[in-house]
Write a protein that binds this ligand. Structure first.
Ligand code: SF4
Length: 124
């Protein structure tokens, strides 16, 4: 990666997804994180937390069964100006409350209206 950055990109981290994903080890998720955090672009990286929470809360349809489909659906439905914040809200909610194996529903502010589309998970 270091060699490619120096030889192909003049030592600068590129800013487009097409360029970023040319770098070894950089896929769409990482490219989206770099674009959002470093370049301030409205991109939304779908990691395991974003994927899980989006499905459990019914933010995306069931047939959004790949990270890319979840990303596309969320991007269509979140105002561009809120994308970066929304990404962190969903991610942190998944990391600390809507945990993978045992979501803390009794402590969750969405408990009353969340559809809890849980699969292979235990409720708190
Ligand atoms: S109510 Fe439970 S399943 Fe729904 S978002 Fe909160 S922790 Fe997750």
């Amino acid at each position: 990666m270091a060699r490619m950055l120096t030889e192909r990109f003049n030592g600068e981290v590129p800013s487009t997804p097409e360029e970023l994903t040319q770098l070894p080890g950089v896929g769409r998720k990482t490219a989206n994180v770099i674009q959002a955090v470093w370049f301030g672009k409205p991109t939304l990286a779908v990691d395991t937390h974003v994927y899980r929470v989006s499905h459990r809360m019914g933010l995306v349809p069931k047939d959004a069964n790949t990270p890319r489909k979840v990303e596309d659906y969320l991007m269509k439905n979140i105002p561009l100006g809120e994308v970066s914040s929304a990404h962190h809200w969903i991610l942190l909610h998944g990391r600390y409350i809507c945990k993978s194996a045992r979501p803390l529903c009794s402590k969750c502010p969405f408990d009353d209206f969340c559809p809890k589309l849980l699969e292979n998970s235990k409720l708190d």
